[in-house]
Design a protein around this ligand. Structure first.
Ligand code: C2E
Ligand code: MG
Ligand code: MG
Ligand code: MG
Length: 281
């Protein structure tokens, strides 16, 4: 009917939408080159072990500094890359840097965990486990020091082959369920994914002091995770108050601005050296 056709016409001629679609498409076409010429780099955000009050490790987060546009948020280029095979190159780029960094830090400081994000799309690559293993071997990192964070997506809940996840786990790599609580069928997912860790989404953590329903979500997720023998990481911990609440709730690990912002490897190393010096003093 006329109204719908008009609506569509309006939608596709909306200059903002068009610009947005074009922008994403052009980003996507530039991503491979951006990786090759050093515009893409890896930031590391510390994770605090609440049981020992020591830095347990870090999460590797992709960063793109565009020569003209400046920093581009992962939310802008990752979603687009995940719709295509470009996510593969990015994933291995980040993995290679993060594993090398973790191996170096482990040599200097001992026990250090590295978490790297893995798109569900990557699971369709049957060579994934052997490629990850090759990277670990090449840099000499114990597989037990690597966690792969997987976000629940529609394709995962609709029965994608998760066989490679079991192979990765059998290599000794830890699997973490990222952004827990925001997915579509979280309980079923929890049952079938061989994860040793659950990462509670920041949307619950940030507001759990002010919203009782978020507090209840965090509490019950921790209880559920613990009864299944899984470790809990809270993300988006922005205040000391929330940190203290998480300690009281027996959450094992905290990640967020109050613990530390994502930073360069150099800054992360400096911080680790600082902590070691303070402990020795
Ligand atoms: P994520 O894996 O859930 O990562 C956590 C995001 O929360 C990061 O955003 C981090 O900078 C941000 N964050 C951490 N602490 C706080 C806090 O206290 N408050 C607030 N407001 N935010 C906090 P970032 O770096 O923008 O990354 C966004 C998402 O992009 C990530 O969410 C992850 O899903 C994806 N991503 C990033 N790097 C990669 C990558 O190398 N591969 C893949 N597949 N995805 C990636
Ligand atoms: Mg993550
Ligand atoms: Mg997350
Ligand atoms: Mg998140």
């Amino acid at each position: 009917d006329e109204a719908t056709v008009e609506g569509l016409r309006w939608k596709y001629h909306d200059p903002e939408r068009l610009k947005d679609a074009e922008w994403r498409l052009s980003l996507l076409s530039q991503l491979d080159d951006a990786i090759d010429c050093g515009q893409v780099w890896v930031a590391y955000q510390p994770q605090l072990d609440l049981r020992t009050n020591r830095m347990r490790g870090a999460e590797a987060l992709a960063r793109w500094t565009h020569p003209e546009k400046g920093p581009i948020s992962p939310s802008e280029f990752i979603a687009a890359a995940e719709q295509s095979d470009r996510i593969e190159k990015l994933t291995f780029f980040v993995l290679d840097h993060a594993v090398a960094a973790a191996a170096a830090i482990n040599r200097d400081h001992g026990e250090f965990h590295m978490a790297v994000n893995l798109s569900a799309r990557m699971l369709s690559d049957k060579t994934l486990p052997s490629r990850v293993r090759e990277i670990l071997d090449r840099h000499g990192l114990d597989p037990a020091r690597l966690t792969l964070e997987l976000t629940e997506t529609a394709e995962l809940s609709s029965g994608a082959d998760i066989g490679p996840l079991f192979d990765l786990r059998d290599l000794g790599i830890r699997i973490s369920i990222d952004d827990y609580g925001t997915g579509l069928s979280t309980l079923e997912y929890l049952k079938k994914i061989p994860a040793s860790e659950i990462k509670i989404d920041q949307s619950f953590v940030k507001s759990m002091r002010d919203h009782r329903s978020d507090l209840v979500m965090v509490q019950s997720t921790i209880a559920l995770a613990h009864s299944l023998g899984r470790t809990v990481v809270a993300e988006g911990v922005e205040s000391r108050e929330i940190l203290d609440m998480l300690v009281a709730m027996k959450c094992e690990i905290a990640q967020g601005f109050v613990v530390g912002r994502p930073s360069s490897l150099n800054d992360l190393s400096k911080r680790l050296f600082g902590e070691r010096k303070r402990r020795a003093a």
